[in-house]
Unconditional design. Structure first.
Length: 518
């Protein structure tokens, strides 16, 4: 007698692992069969076929990456209070990240859920969210009761010393310099020039029209000086200057506040973990505790290390000078661009796309030595061999450009004030109910049709082939006639010229016979 096959349900985490494995094979163009995947994961081929359907792949990825659900659950039903669910997990993650010494009970979660439900108009006055909904919420997100041991340590020099003695020394002993990372966000008034800075005097930097022209930048570096791709969060999903543009210089996301959120940061960590998995690297990632930085336990190749509260100025490499130096480099580029426009009698125009290109240029040219020295400055030090980079007096060069622009614009402004004006601008949501409600209503998913109507830039159009080739020949002539000719630049222009010519020829269409009669 044939025994009846026992039905087994697969966890969402296992489904996600299968999808990631199959997609890695597809990207490497490696041939595979459902039978081979079936034997690897112990799943029936018919079940695999369902999991690997395009719509199911996207659904499972969204569950893991965006919703932060526990990987141990097997099925996820759409909950009754969708917005309340998002608000509650955002609040819970913020409390656990910033105030780990506070005990959160099921009853506290229920009261907070009812508060969010009323604010979001998801529950009526007579209705209440019960403890059964809270229990399902806790199960979905892998939340369990834990006993708090001892009292929260007061933040002082002893806290910094304890971090360096215990945690930092453990990281240094366990990981190579290239595998010790630090990441954080900073705010940037991307359109700010010395003449516009004056309008901030007497104003609160969080308010006013000009302060809305800001972005949040996520930056990641390693102890060996490695620079990871930048991620930028803006206010608008479809700025006019992005139209027709197929390749942005950085990764770009959007929400109404231009803030880092738990969802965006979780997605970033998942993607970084996948990169490290492909490179077969185990890394330590040092973070500060803020509401948007979740303590994820399901990362395979990344171990998170959180800095003690209120100590980042002493313990975080990025706060030791890396972020400030990058801002300086970016703002120096803006000043230089403004001066160049003045010298050729051209109006200075600057949009978000220009800002992203300038930010990427600043990051590509950013010296690795500054990154290494900042790690050493906070006590994370190892003997690291790096190639010698050309050093110049950056501050003196920037100051010279700044003085020239001051004379041109006839403004009286301190260089330090220009550089530091956006230093303390908020980059993530706070734990107040109003802030979380505001953020829930401004999720990027609900902004697909939002366009930046305040952007006065012109849509980018593809220039004619003749103009493209003429511009390249002009640059080539300039380099050939320059006294300080750099052969590397000339070779690059020649390669670019060759590439564009081939592209133009490839896209040339055969002439119609009707043209003969014309």
């Amino acid at each position: 007698m044939i025994s009846k096959r026992v039905r087994t349900e697969i966890t969402i985490k296992k489904k996600y692992d299968i999808i990631q494995y199959v997609e890695s094979l597809e990207k490497a163009r490696t041939k595979f069969t459902l039978k081979s995947i079936s034997s690897r994961y112990g799943v029936q081929p018919s079940t695999l076929s369902d999991i690997l359907k395009k719509e199911n792949r996207e659904k499972i990825k969204k569950m893991i990456n965006n919703q932060g659900l526990s990987g141990s659950i097997k099925r996820h039903k759409q909950c009754k209070y969708v917005l309340t669910n998002r608000a509650l997990i955002t609040w819970f993650a913020g409390i656990r990240n910033t105030k780990p010494d506070i005990a959160i009970s099921g009853e506290m979660l229920r009261l907070k859920a009812n508060e969010f439900g009323a604010e979001l108009n998801e529950i009526a006055n007579a209705e209440e969210i019960d403890i059964n909904w809270i229990n399902r919420f806790k199960s979905n997100y892998g939340i369990s009761s834990q006993k708090l041991c001892g009292e929260a340590a007061s933040v002082n020099e002893q806290c910094v010393s304890s971090w360096l003695t215990d945690i930092a020394s453990e990281i240094l002993n366990k990981y190579e310099p290239s595998n010790i990372l630090n990441c954080d966000e900073f705010a940037l008034f991307w359109r700010l020039t010395p003449d516009k800075t004056l309008s901030f005097k007497g104003e609160t930097v969080h308010g006013g029209k000009k302060s809305k022209e800001r972005i949040t930048v996520l930056i990641t570096v390693s102890m060996s000086g490695e620079k990871y791709p930048l991620t930028v969060i803006g206010k608008f999903e479809n700025p006019r200057c992005f139209k027709n543009v197929k390749h942005l210089p950085v990764k770009y996301h959007s929400n109404k506040k231009a803030w880092m959120t738990t969802m965006l940061f979780t997605d970033y960590l998942k993607q970084l973990d996948l990169v490290m998995n492909r490179q077969n690297r185990k890394v330590a990632l040092i973070l500060d505790r803020c509401p948007s930085h979740p303590d994820l336990s399901n990362l395979e190749n990344i171990q998170l290390y959180f800095l003690p509260p209120y100590t980042t100025s002493r313990t975080q490499p990025l706060d030791a000078g890396i972020i400030k130096s990058l801002k300086c480099t970016y703002k120096k580029e803006i000043v230089q661009k403004q001066l160049s426009c003045y010298n050729i009698n051209e109006q200075f125009t600057f949009n978000l796309l220009d800002a992203l290109h300038l930010l990427q240029k600043s990051w590509v040219n950013f010296p690795s030595s500054i990154i290494i020295n900042c790690f050493k400055h906070v006590g994370l030090a190892k003997d690291i061999c790096v190639e010698q980079e050309e050093q110049c007096d950056f501050h003196e060069e920037f100051e010279g450009l700044f003085v020239k622009l001051q004379n041109v614009l006839n403004v009286d402004l301190d260089l330090a004030e220009f550089v530091e004006i956006d230093e303390f601008v908020q980059t993530s949501t706070e734990l107040e109910t109003s802030n979380i409600i505001d953020l829930i209503y401004s999720r990027p998913e609900s902004q697909n049709d939002i366009i930046d109507n305040t952007d006065d830039s012109v849509e980018i159009q593809m220039p004619p082939n003749k103009e493209i080739l003429y511009s390249l020949r002009t640059i080539q002539t300039f380099l050939q006639l320059s006294d300080d000719l750099n052969n590397e630049f000339l070779d690059t222009i020649m390669k670019l010229h060759s590439h564009i010519e081939k592209r133009i020829i490839k896209k040339t269409k055969q002439s119609s016979i009707l043209n003969f009669f014309k």
